[in-house]
Structure formats: structure tokens, C-alpha cells
Design a protein around this ligand. Sequence first.
Ligand SMILES: *Cc1c(COP(=O)(O)O)cnc(C)c1O
Length: 219
Amino acid sequence: MIHLNEVRATVKQGVELVAVSKFHPAALIKEAYDQGQRIFGESRVQELQAKHEALPADIQWHFIGHLQPNKVKYIASYISLIHAVDSYKLLAEINKQAAKHDRVIPCLLELHIAQEESKYGFTPEACTALLEDGAWRALKNVQIAGLMCVASNTPDMVQVRSEFHQARVYFDELKQRFFADDPHFCERSWGMSHDYDVAMDEGATLVRVGTAIFGEREY
Ligand SMILES: *Cc1c(COP(=O)(O)O)cnc(C)c1O
């Protein structure tokens, strides 16, 4: 029993729903697929590989978790969007592997704006520095398609809103400075089950929703 349609009913026009299926079995994904869902998010390479092989070929798989550069090669032939690029090294590796398949892989830069300590994601300063450096412009097989962020894990929606808002303002700044002529830089991936309504208010174009669709994960 999944709650895809209930969630869909709450997703605003123009916002894309990524059904986060990590830790859930292929049968549940198939159920969502049969209800018309085509975009699914996974966060572990091995698990994604198995599901990609078992499930229909027209599914658009998004990688939403932390990705180690040495694992890019396993998913480069088919991945539709990589949400959480957090280093130049990873971006360069995605470019290299995409070239082998004659593809251009869309990627989002992960922004770290939450209050919690995290090993992952660029601070705004680091993200700006990467773009100023300019080396990324030579990477012809990746397309920087926007930003992704995870808000603080708190019930304080005022805090969450202010973080998404900050991300939105920062997105606009980068758009103007580095991507004014590039229509591909247009995606803002923010919002999960407990905060995607706030994220949509603050300009999300992609929401990553797992629990609200599939129920609690069993790790
Ligand atoms: C697991 C995960 C989600 C989905 O979280 P839910 O609370 O189950 O909706 C969204 N984004 C990322 C990065 C995740 O790892």
C-alpha cells in the first residue's frame, strides 16, 4: 500500500516529484510505476544497480545520496540526474565516465546550509569558488543543472523555511553570475517528506519524497 496519489495531490504544478525508493523493494517501485510514476531516487549504487536491472527501462533514476567517485562508472550509462555533487573531483569523474558513454549527465551541486555539521556539500563560499575557478567549463559531458540542499532536521519550520530561502537567493545569484545564458541551470532540489510543502513555497523545482509515499524504511 503506497500513498503516491495522496502525495501527488499536494505537489504544485511545475514541481517534479522524485519518489525516493531507497531501502524499499522493487515490487513497491513497480506499484508506483504502474500508477504512472517514472522518476525514482536512490542513494546507494549497489541497490540502484539491482533495481535498474529488475525494473522497466523507461524509469528515470536519480542518484540523491553521497556518491563516491570510484562508483560513478557503475551508473554512468543510465543515470538521469545526480543530485548531490559535492566536489570538483566527483564532477570531473562523472564527466569522464559520461564521455565513455557519449552522454551528458545533468548534475546538481549540493549546498550545505543546514545548521548541522555535515561532511558533505559545498558551503556557499566553496561553491562560488568552484564556479569562479572555471575549470568546470571544460567538462563537456556534465551539465550543471542547478542546486540541491537538505534543510536542518528540525521541526522548526521557520528555520527550515529560512534555509530554503537562503538557498533560493543563492541560486539566483549564481544564475546571474555564471549561468545567465544557460537555460539548463534551472533546478532547485529541496524538500523531503516533512518539509516539501515549505520547500515548494521557497522555489523548489524537484522534491525528494520517500516516507510519505512508501512508508517508513527498514534499515
Ligand atoms: C532519504 C532521502 C530523502 C527522502 O527522505 P524522506 O524523509 O523519506 O522523504 C530525500 N533526500 C535525500 C538526500 C535522502 O537521502
